[in-house]
Design a protein around this ligand. Structure first.
Ligand code: NIG
Length: 416
């Protein structure tokens, strides 16, 4: 029996339809807008999309129908960079930063990432799952139906695998689509202080092969930064990961320019993320490599700038995605609509470009654009609806959750 859902007479439908390749330059402005449109869903997949008047009524049998004449409908939003699994909180560091202490100073005093590592190591897998499932529920309520989650708050074999196994269980149990990334090289663990090369060797020789064998992560990521991991250590780790079949990503050019995104381009990395301090040479390298530049405007906002030069990246032909970077240190928010607002007001991105960056290009960033990120026949029926006058309101009205409904694999989600 075919289970049908009909979204009928949609006020504005943003399809982002087109090839599964990343959008660059002016392509980012093409949101595939249809007015008074309909989408027919069958068994969780998109079966038909077009102007409401063109829908052949004989195709529709007993469908659950939603009148969308007041709604703007988009593909479910995709958050391609999060650290959503962690224990503990760091509001005291937030207070210190408000008095002028920098993110790096806090890290140098033993806070920052390492303080979350302590709390995450102490938590059980069950506790991590409980905390993260609650966050995923909230992310879905804010329109995110697919998200990446990184490990990286374990920094030893036992705790990194605990995180990845907890993510794996959430992939099976939670309605959201979750993509896992191994970020064992998020910081040098205290036990390896002054021996970061040996830590990279441990990751390469013991932990990565286990992860690859059990398919516990789709990507391997590294914080390539002064005081964390050098370009040569990053190169060693990511080359090993690529050899085992994992996609590679880098936290690049966030605090200093040390050639991290240029390394990403050289390795044909899937993404280079942050880019607050990217230089012209690296922008040119990214343009030719096809690597996606993931912009995290919430982190710049939360840490007090600077911002990645998103306008320049787009105009130079680098495909960009926008993500929340949700984590307890540099961005304690998972709202992608808010991230689009910040991108528009602080980095000169247009609302159309920003919405492409949290849908179609975010799907490319996670290697899932064959199934997610646009409203095309055959794709997963993931939608977010906003009862607003026009899609531009999604970025324009900020600070409240404007999402009215979320549909995941053809099922309307119920929120408390
Ligand atoms: O992307 N830069 C490294 N990782 C995170 C911050 C993590 C934390 O502070 O806990 C980021 O900003």
């Amino acid at each position: 029996m075919v289970r049908q859902l009909l979204l009928h007479h949609i006020r504005q439908l943003l399809t982002f339809a087109g090839p599964p390749s990343p959008r660059r330059g002016v392509e980012l402005r093409d949101i595939g807008l249809l007015t008074d449109a309909s989408v027919l869903v069958e068994n969780g997949k998109i079966a038909w999309v077009g102007p409401a008047g063109d829908l052949d009524g004989t195709r529709v049998h007993d469908a659950d129908e939603i009148d969308c004449s007041e709604s703007v409908v988009l593909p479910g939003l995709i958050d391609c960079h999060t650290h959503a699994m962690f224990a503990g909180t760091r509001e005291d560091e937030f207070a210190q930063r408000s008095e002028g202490v920098s993110y790096q100073e806090i890290a140098n005093r033993g806070g920052g990432i390492l303080s979350t590592v302590k709390a995450t190591r102490a938590a059980t897998k069950r506790e991590l799952k409980r905390l993260t499932a609650r966050r995923l529920d909230l992310m879905m309520q804010h329109g995110t139906t697919t998200m990446e989650i990184k490990s990286g708050y374990g920094l030893n074999e036992e705790a990194e695998l605990k995180m990845l196994e907890a993510i794996r269980e959430l992939q099976d149990e939670h309605p959201a689509t979750v993509v896992a990334t191994f970020l064992g090289a998020h910081a040098v663990p205290p036990e390896y202080e002054g021996r970061s090369d040996e830590y990279i060797t441990l990751l390469i020789e013991r932990i990565l092969p286990y992860i690859a064998k059990r398919h516990l992560a789709a990507f391997c990521d590294v914080f390539c930064e002064n005081g964390y991991f050098t370009t040569s250590q990053s190169n060693r780790l990511l080359s090993a990961a690529a050899g085992l079949g994992l996609g590679v990503r880098l936290h690049a050019d966030q605090l200093h320019q040390i050639g991290a995104s240029a390394l990403g381009a050289e390795l044909s990395a899937h993404t280079v993320d942050h880019l607050e301090r990217i230089d012209d040479r690296s922008i040119a390298a990214l343009r030719s490599s096809g690597t996606i530049g993931v912009i995290l405007p919430g982190a710049s906002f939360f840490l007090g700038g600077p911002y990645a030069p998103a306008r320049k990246l787009i105009d130079s032909g680098v495909p960009i995605a926008i993500a929340s970077n949700f984590n307890p240190g540099s961005c304690m928010s998972f709202s992608l609509p808010l991230m689009t607002t910040i991108a528009c007001t602080q980095t000169g991105v247009t609302p159309e470009e920003a919405l492409s960056a949290v849908t179609v290009n975010a799907a490319v960033a996670l290697g899932i654009s064959d199934r997610f990120g646009s409203i095309d026949t055959g794709k997963e029926a993931d939608f977010v609806m906003f009862d607003v006058p026009s899609y531009r309101s999604i970025s324009y009205e900020f600070g409240t959750n404007l999402v009215s409904r979320v549909i995941k694999r053809g099922v309307l989600l119920e929120f408390p």
